[in-house]
Design a protein around this ligand. Structure first.
Ligand code: C2E
Ligand code: CA
Ligand code: CA
Length: 731
């Protein structure tokens, strides 16, 4: 440089322009250009001279460079390519090509080489002008990776959980080809780094203070700490590791996106790398704030994903709004009956489809000022404006009517449907509470009271309910002890042949001799026991007792069967049939004197299981009656698939026989159906002579009801049998 300064320094006379001699050109160009310049012998490829840029790039001193050949700067095994390049360089315009050069320490970098030959004092030399293009390469690589990361960030087909992970992995691949980075997204919590998502690369993860998502480690000395201190993207490398990271700000939350490698060969990071992670950080921030936004929407505006109805939070907000405005309001909790059984029997997908349909039906019923939300599972909350009882009742009736039609099961052709019932529990504000939680608790208590009365019931919260809530607790305990204390008893009710009016069967009906409340009918405790699960023990007790008492009928000279009721829950429990088989093995004479009555309801939707159980009962010698026929759903499917011997026509149809032509037509239809399937028929709840007369004119086989006889104790039943049967006075 001294020479250059000497030649170019200010001169005393400014008249003559400076002479740019060849020597000057060479020195200037050779010394200060950032391009690598090499002069080499075309024959031996020995480097004759190299500039400072070359020394910097390759890690050799200029003197060292003069000891080696151009081939030493290339990858081993590339001699043929080098020879080709040399030949090309001899062309008039020289040659330009891209290749990889090797540094003194063995690391490599991509170069673009411009080479041509020249004659110098009889020797042919090669002049090469070489540019390090790793940055250009990296930029192209970065652009490619960014495109990929952006695709991963926005592709709707990728689920949220794998999305961040995929973005991390694609991002890490963009940092430096050949060096494996652990990419992690973390946030700082109370002086600790908490990893939110990480690419799996165990070696580097452990050595650089990482681990699986959820891992915590001290902030001090971490990559994260450095990034947070720098408040921008930074990269660094030292002997043991290299890392590059960027803070990612999402609203008030701050994450750090870091790429960490413990590979010793890790390169220093360039400005391009930092720019790259800066952009990546932006991608992550936008992605995170989007999913955050969605989370916020779900939480604050409060919508349920499945039904698209508002959720509990949404309802809460609306109720509190009404309270704040001092508007009276009514909260109705609507809970589907036996829905856990639907879930269990048909699977979650079908159950979800039903919930979606129910939600849609609810949304369609809404009137201005009303709001319906999905609280959880199969329970919904309906907010009605005002607390006037008559108005509320009118609306509740309308909402209740929604359940009169069947709901689709979400099958492809939309052919399958199920009838669902729901209990309604109602509480008002301000009377029953002035906070959402209080009103909801009371509405839920009312709901429980409604459920205890049976499916599809409605109950308002009141003193009575408050009492019931505590009653329920007591009942649960009492019911547990009832079997042990022998408080249950079976009553029997006969069925008579409509042709002969003689007794052709009996039904065992459970009663509870409650120590305080006296004789209780099953409606007062069976629905409760069904909810609680104690029904399985109760049904076993009933079966056992029926088998034990059945001999008394035979002793009285009767040869009919005695039917006992089985809850769907008990049938679904596969052990019952096995258990019954063992009991019957001890009472072989009972088998052909027994029958079971099952109700068609949601819990029996597990066709296979119910079918198996019923076939097994048949094999044991029992007859199967389907109870309350016509009130459930899929009735026809039941008849088709299940081995049904007797169809019991529900009391509600029989009731209308005397006054309603529609009911008569319906009963006739049911009878025709039964005939098709070869079932005997029993009309339930016959209370009048008129009903029985009409039934005698149909194909109906038998009748049961107060008109013939009420359920009675075994002794009374046997006495009647011995006295020649039941006195049915026909007109
Ligand atoms: P269900 O199986 O339909 O039994 C017939 C019900 O109708 C009996 O009520 C019977 O007393 C009543 N009933 C009979 N004839 C007439 C009539 O002419 N008019 C009116 N209004 N009612 C009549 P109960 O004994 O109160 O039983 C109610 C329900 O409780 C039964 O309905 C059955 O579903 C259930 N249940 C009874 N015993 C058992 C049992 O041992 N196990 C199970 N799981 N459920 C039982
Ligand atoms: Ca029955
Ligand atoms: Ca019945």
């Amino acid at each position: 440089m001294r020479r250059v300064a000497g030649t170019l320094g200010p001169r005393s006379s400014a008249h003559e322009p400076p002479q740019i001699t060849a020597r000057v050109r060479y020195d200037l160009f050779f010394g200060i250009t950032t391009e690598i310049i090499l002069f080499s012998d075309q024959r031996t490829l020995r480097i004759l001279d190299a500039n400072d840029a070359a020394a910097r790039a390759y890690g050799y001193t200029r003197a060292e460079l003069r000891q080696i050949t151009v081939a030493d700067l290339r990858l081993p095994g590339t001699e043929a390519i080098i020879a080709r390049n040399v030949i090309d360089a001899a062309a008039a315009q020289g040659t330009m090509f891209e290749t990889i050069h090797v540094r003194k320490d063995g690391t490599t970098f991509p170069v673009e080489v411009l080479a041509r030959t020249a004659w110098v004092e009889g020797d042919r030399i090669i002049i090469s002008s070489i540019r390090d293009v790793s940055q250009r390469h990296r930029a192209a690589h970065h652009a490619q990776r960014l495109t990929e990361v952006w695709r991963l960030a926005t592709d709707p087909a990728i689920d949220e959980e794998s999305r961040l992970f995929a973005m991390l992995r694609a991002g890490a691949a963009g940092i430096a080809a050949g060096v494996r980075f652990v990419a992690r997204l973390s946030h700082v919590e109370g002086g600790d780094v908490v990893i939110d998502a990480v690419t799996p690369e165990p070696r580097a993860a452990t050595e650089s203070g990482g681990g699986p998502a959820g891992t915590r480690f001290p902030l001090e000395g971490s990559v994260e700490a450095r990034v947070l201190r720098a408040r921008r993207s930074i990269g660094w490398s030292d002997e043991s590791s290299s890392a590059i990271g960027v803070p990612v700000d999402v609203a008030e939350e701050r994450y750090v996106l870091a790429f960490v490698s413990d590979a010793p060969e890790a390169e220093r990071f360039t400005a391009e790398d930092e720019a790259f992670v800066e952009i990546l950080g932006g991608f992550f921030a936008s992605r995170l704030s989007q999913s955050r936004l969605r989370r916020q929407l779900v939480h604050q505006i409060g919508h349920d994903r499945l039904t698209a109805l508002p959720n509990r939070a949404g309802l809460r907000q609306a109720v509190h709004h009404a309270i704040d405005e001092q508007h009276a309001c009514t909260l109705v909790v609507i809970d589907l009956d036996a829905f856990d059984a639907v879930n269990e029997a048909l699977g979650h997908l079908v159950a979800d489809a039903v919930l979606v349909e129910v939600g849609a039906a609810f949304a369609a019923e809404l009137q201005p000022g009303e709001l319906v939300a999905r609280l959880e599972g199969d329970s919904f909350g309906l907010l009605l404006p005002g607390n006037d009882r008559a108005t509320t009742q009118r609306r509740v009736d309308a909402w209740h009517a929604i359940f009169e039609r069947p709901f689709g099961l979400g099958d492809r052709d939309g052919r399958m449907s199920a009838r669902v019932t729901a209990g309604f529990g109602i509480a008002t504000s301000p009377d029953d509470g002035t906070t959402f939680e209080k009103i909801l608790t009371n509405a839920t208590s009312a709901l429980r009271a409604a459920k205890a009365r049976g499916p599809g019931r409605v109950a308002y919260f009141d003193r009575e309910i408050e009492r019931l809530v505590s009653h329920r607790r007591v009942l649960r305990a009492e019911l547990r002890d009832a079997i042990e204390r022998d408080e249950f008893e079976l009553f029997y009710q006969p069925t008579v042949s409509l042709a002969t009016m003689r007794v052709t069967g009996a039904e065992a009906l459970l009663r509870w001799n409650h120590p305080v409340r006296g004789l209780l009918a099953p409606d007062e405790f069976i629905p409760f026991a069904q909810q609680e699960g104690s029904i399985r023990d109760i049904d076993r007790w009933v079966a056992q007792r029926t088998i034990g008492q059945i001999g008394a009928f035979a002793d009285a000279g009767a040869g009919f069967r005695c039917y006992f009721n089985l809850s769907a829950r008990t049938i679904d429990d596969g052990e019952f049939v096995t258990w019954l088989g063992e009991v019957l093995a001890l009472h072989p004479q009972a088998s052909d004197k027994l029958g079971v009555e099952i109700t068609e309801n949601a819990a029996m939707l597990d066709f296979e299981r119910t079918q198996d159980a019923l076939l097994e009962l048949r094999r044991l010698g029992l007859r199967i009656a389907i109870d309350d026929f016509g009130t459930g759903y899929s009735s026809l499917a039941y008849l088709k698939r299940f081995p049904i011997d007797v169809m019991k026509i529900d009391r509600s149809f029989v009731e209308g026989i005397g006054r309603d032509a529609n009911d008569r037509a319906l009963v006739e239809t049911l009878l025709a159906i039964a005939a098709q399937f070869g079932c005997a028929t029993v009309a339930e709840g016959v209370e009048t002579a008129e009903q029985i007369e009409w039934l005698r004119g149909t194909t109906c086989t038998a009748a049961q009801g107060y008109f013939i006889a009420r359920p009675m104790r075994l002794a009374a039943f046997v006495a009647s049998l011995q006295g020649g049967g039941f006195d049915v006075r026909l007109t």
